[in-house]
Design a protein around this ligand. Sequence first.
Ligand SMILES: Cc1cc2nc3c(=O)[nH]c(=O)nc-3n(C[C@H](O)[C@H](O)[C@H](O)COP(=O)(O)OP(=O)(O)OC[C@H]3O[C@@H](n4cnc5c(N)ncnc54)[C@H](O)[C@@H]3O)c2cc1C
Length: 427
Amino acid sequence: MAPSIVETQDLSSPSGVKFKVIVVGAGIAGLLTAIGLRLDGHDVTILEQAPAFGEVGAGIRIPPNSFKILHRWGIDLTYMKKTYSNGNRFLRYDTGKIIADMPHGVPELAFGGSYLKVHRADYLDVILKKAIEVGVDIRKNSRVDKYDWETPSALLGDGTRVDADLIVVADGVQSAARPIFQGHEMPPVDTGDIVYRVLIPAQEMLSDPDLRDLISQPWVSSWCGPDAHVIGYPIRGGETYNVVYCCSAHSVQDEELEEGETKRAFKNNAELVRRFAGWEPRVRKLVDLTNSTFLKWRLYDLDMVEHWVHPSNKGVLVGDAVHPMLPYMASGAAMACEDAATLRKLIRGATHKTLPAALAKYQKLRQPRASTVQKAGRALQATYHLPDGPAQQERDEWMVKDDARNPIFWGHKERRQWLFGHDAERF
Ligand SMILES: Cc1cc2nc3c(=O)[nH]c(=O)nc-3n(C[C@H](O)[C@H](O)[C@H](O)COP(=O)(O)OP(=O)(O)OC[C@H]3O[C@@H](n4cnc5c(N)ncnc54)[C@H](O)[C@@H]3O)c2cc1C
């Protein structure tokens, strides 16, 4: 049962002040922030550098903390193909033996929203349609090259200047704006991990008795092994299986991504066959079924970004631009959704005079929470990739206990409640 309050679309500004807002970047963070602000009647323009919209061919989890915001804002996921999540299942890499099951229970009752597993393109499509429906002005082919923080204005490559009252920058993990806000260089840190993101048609798995249950029992399965883990879950109502092979880069005996190269498309699974040769039969079968184009992707993160608000008080960062994280908490986009919700609520009551205070409060509310999730992603990296031995045995023993010492974030009820029960619009 989803929360019953859904907003009607009033589109008038509650404080009476209608801000002109530029959003840089039309990823999940930019689009959701644009929708939120537009729902309150602000004039919102998105500037996106890409000539067309598209998402990576991969799955994404929408946890209850973001689902409840989407639902409340009338972003209707009803007709999107989706799979509801059972919870997390952890398995040994070599035998497939279950180490621990961590069911979510009934997320709608426990946390106030559903827990969905979907295809990224489907998710982006729904958000994009909503942005268009509420009247966000979306401009493709509009790369922002420079900012003038006096006005403030965004300056495009072709010389166009777009003026606003506020610039929300959602330009992603390699953000060009982040260093400007800090006053010094701040590239994201190479985490040392790479991932291969793969989609497998479920039909090929349903015909194999070993693989069938991975589709019919919608766990997020994580096989944990030395220097690598493999995450798999069904999406699109069980039509497709999403697999992410996550490895310490040094453990992959193949051609490295070039310096500065963040992702590369592959067709041949030879690299995966070699890397996962010693893993249990189901993992090897998933590797064998990896026969269409997939991506090899370098992972970056940061611990905590100090300045979320530009010193002029006319710019603010959201999404991966301000809290890039390892994907192991499955929460990067959910944090972006929370950013949008908190920012929207704070700007709702603001005037030109009180806008700086609203932005400062946005940072104060969001920074510690996002930083906790960033650090938790790093902790999981170490936990998942332990070599066999005493530390791994201790990990496995704690993983079945609902205790603060359980090394898996969701393994402790209080932490689950903190993460999924959060409502970014209630403060
Ligand atoms: C393997 C993997 C699995 C993940 N799984 C999950 C999950 O299950 N759940 C979850 O919540 N999160 C997950 N995440 C994280 C999530 O994908 C990201 O946090 C989220 O997509 C970030 O969105 P964003 O809008 O901040 O950035 P982006 O999607 O990178 O968007 C940035 C946009 O800005 C545009 N842009 C950049 N510079 C400019 C410029 N100068 N001018 C104009 N436009 C510009 C870009 O073209 C792009 O469209 C995962 C990540 C990975 C890598």
